[in-house]
Design a protein. Structure first.
Length: 234
């Protein structure tokens, strides 16, 4: 009886240890300094992007939030620095919103947002712990380039060294391009099929001179493609 009791105690202690250690297994991918805007005033904090959830740690008591990817509905940019996180919770339901701004010009800012966008919503393609489907390069994505009028149909080609936009339409010949990954300043996912590519016009030495291109894909863009664009081809 003594041995059985000892075994049960050891098993119980092992179970407790595993449960307590489980949160530590989650991997932190990004830590981004942000500002959360209130109706009056704001608070400073850190947006922590983990492989299982997103955490906003605020310096103000009561402002912090933990978002499961399935509960994040969308992220909308109001400007280069400001973005709105729409989410649902069990208390207030759908359509809740947090207004945030990047506190620094961190190169990881958009990579973090791109990762969240690739995982958010109930139809997220790769749950935590399950690897995303790898992208075989060169990857060809059928797209439509927005020209505020008759748009250009073509193919966005992601290569190891470059981003290429190919189009066979004569009227769009001058819209085709071949750009180095290093010239991609920012990527913004707008929804499952729509995204922005923002390129440096004259290189990183002139960060305010940019070319902004809006694309629509013919089908949902794979999560790993969102990630690759958000991380600049890495």
């Amino acid at each position: 009886m003594h041995r059985i009791a000892t075994w049960r105690l050891a098993a119980l202690l092992l179970f407790v240890a595993v449960v307590l250690a489980a949160p530590a297994l989650a991997e932190t991918l990004y830590q981004i300094k942000v500002e959360h805007n209130h109706r009056s005033g704001e608070c400073q904090g850190t947006l922590i992007v983990r492989d299982d959830k997103v955490v906003f740690e605020s310096k103000n008591v009561g402002c912090g939030r933990i978002w499961e990817y399935a509960n994040i509905e969308r992220i909308v940019f109001d400007s280069t620095w400001e973005f709105h996180v729409f989410f649902s919770d069990t208390v207030h339901g759908k359509g809740q919103k947090y207004v945030m701004k990047f506190s620094t010009d961190n190169p990881d800012n958009m990579a973090a947002i791109g990762y969240i966008q690739g995982r958010m919503g109930p139809r997220a393609m790769a749950p935590a712990g399950q690897p995303a489907e790898p992208v075989e390069l060169p990857y060809r994505l059928k797209v439509e380039l927005d020209l505020n009028g008759p748009n250009c149909m073509g193919t966005l080609v992601l290569r190891e060294d470059k981003i290429v936009f190919e189009t066979g339409a004569a009227k769009c010949a001058d819209r085709a391009f071949v750009k180095e990954w290093d010239s991609l300043k920012e990527y913004r996912r707008l929804d499952d099929r729509q995204f922005l590519l923002i390129f440096y016009k004259y290189g990183r030495s002139a960060p305010d001179e940019i070319t902004e291109l809006r694309f629509w894909a013919q089908g949902p863009v794979p999560q790993e493609v969102h990630r690759m664009l958000a991380e600049g081809g890495r």
